[in-house]
Design a binder for this molecule. Structure first.
Ligand code: ARG
Length: 445
């Protein structure tokens, strides 16, 4: 069915029909499209714009179409249905079922405000699902972290730096995900304005009630400006940006897990369920889940850049360019949700080699900064303390030993202020109980 054949003298070119069609990918909006139409027709009936009994019949039939689609009694079979988009499909099916009465549904509405409504409702639902999955991963990090309260080396420049704990490391990702969740909630709040009633771009002469449809559909209010309502895709860009940051966080986590599961580190083992083998090297176990997530980050960034580029320089109001918002947004949503699920699995099944981590803490002079702190506590200016400890490190390197292996006499050759209490500053388990380092332990409880 075509919604717009009236003013055309010639048939549309077949190739153009395919080129123009969004049905092969916007069919996933069926639920939003139908519930949006049900709200619209309820309002048309209440306002007396169409007869109440017509509105009731349309409402009821739309409900049946939705339930038939959900129960698999009606198929969304893409191009074979000969529909230009999901909106055409639903309206066509309605008219097929109830004839002329169905033709009244589109009164006071355009596909421009209809698609804007569908996308907003879909985006709102996706934001909720993403929030739930982000929370799932955050909880998995917390659980795995608290199950392994061991010491581990903390890195800067990927060089061993200072002692931290494994739960505190996990907590860094928990913090990132907490921000991700807030960003999604914030985007959701901003987008929750209803575009329905803007019609093509200039409203309608019918006495429609925009507040009523906004209220039925759970929006905070109707959109302030009709022209903006049909041309705004900011919320999709914002969600793509939120999702891109989630992927930044996931890919950093993946990078660390890939590195740590290597023979060189052996800090963790990725569970067999999330690894794969090699077709030639029998001994290999590869961290493919993490590598794929790291790799998929690229396509999510691509969708963000893609939609920014589509929207840049578009004249008001609706332009068909905007149909290009869909595949990129849908692909990003599917990708990020799958990555969050996979990473929740990877993290909750992760084997943490506590002994290897704790052993690594003991080489690399991870207590050098604390020795300098000790000297400062004993009246040595920090810059001098830094230089003294530097000399101690060189001496230990020459002797192939750790700072804590030096005797008190040896330490005193570097500075006479050292006494027995220095050993408390050299013990890694004691170090994390000093000063504000205590927060690391408290946060991991
Ligand atoms: N399939 C279209 C889209 O996704 C629906 C809106 C069509 N509006 C129009 N004026 N042709 O953007």
């Amino acid at each position: 069915m075509k919604l717009w054949g009236g003013r055309f003298r010639e048939q549309e070119n077949r190739m153009m029909e395919d080129f123009n069609s969004s049905f092969p990918f916007d069919d996933r909006l069926y639920k939003e499209d139908i519930t949006g139409s049900m709200a619209h027709v309820t309002m048309l009936g209440e306002q007396g714009i169409i007869p109440k009994e017509d509105a009731d019949l349309i409402y009821k039939t739309l409900g049946q179409i939705l339930s038939d689609l959900e129960k698999g009694r009606l198929a969304l079979t893409g191009k074979s249905q000969d529909a230009e988009d999901i909106h055409t499909f639903v309206e066509g099916e309605l008219i097929r079922r109830i004839g002329d009465v169905g033709k009244k549904l589109h009164t006071g509405r355009s596909r421009n405000d209809q698609v804007a409504l569908d996308m907003r409702m879909y985006a709102r639902r996706q934001a909720d699902e993403l929030i739930e999955k982000v929370q799932g991963l955050r909880k998995a990090l917390h659980t795995t972290g608290s199950q392994h309260p061991c010491l581990m080396p903390g890195y800067t420049h990927l060089q061993r730096a200072q002692v931290i704990t494994f739960p505190y490391w996990a907590g860094a990702y928990e913090s990132m995900l907490t921000r991700d969740e807030k960003r999604l909630a914030n985007t959701k709040e901003l987008l929750n304005e209803c575009p329905l009633g803007a019609a093509a771009l200039a409203g309608t002469t019918h006495n429609i009630d925009r507040s009523r449809t906004a209220q039925i559909l759970g929006f905070d209010r109707p959109a302030a400006n009709f022209i903006d309502a049909v041309s705004d895709r900011d919320y999709l860009i914002e969600l793509l940006s939120d999702m891109s940051l989630i992927m930044v966080h996931l890919s950093r986590l993946c990078e660390e897990l890939i590195l740590w599961s290597s023979q060189e580190f052996k800090f963790v083992d990725i569970d067999d369920a999330y690894a794969t083998g090699s077709s030639i090297m029998p001994q290999k176990k590869n961290p493919d889940a993490c590598e794929l997530v790291r790799g998929k980050t690229g396509r999510v960034f691509g969708s963000l850049t893609g939609l920014l580029t589509v929207m840049k320089g578009l004249p008001l109001a609706y332009d068909k360019d905007m149909q290009e918002d869909k595949e990129q947004f849908f692909d990003a949503v599917d990708t990020v949700k799958a990555c969050l699920d996979i990473m929740t699995g990877v993290v909750s099944t992760l084997k943490v080699n506590e002994n290897v981590m704790e052993k690594s803490v003991r080489s690399g002079f991870l207590n050098a900064t604390e020795v300098a702190d000790y000297l400062v506590d004993h009246g040595v200016p920090f810059r001098d303390a830094h230089a003294i400890v530097g000399r101690i490190v060189i001496a230990c390197e020459d002797k192939h030993c750790a700072i804590e292996d030096l005797t008190l006499d040896e330490l005193r050759t570097f500075d006479p202020v050292f006494d027995e209490s220095i050993y408390d500053f050299l013990d890694y388990h004691q170090i994390i109980r000093k000063g504000n380092k205590k927060e690391m332990l408290e946060a991991s409880k």
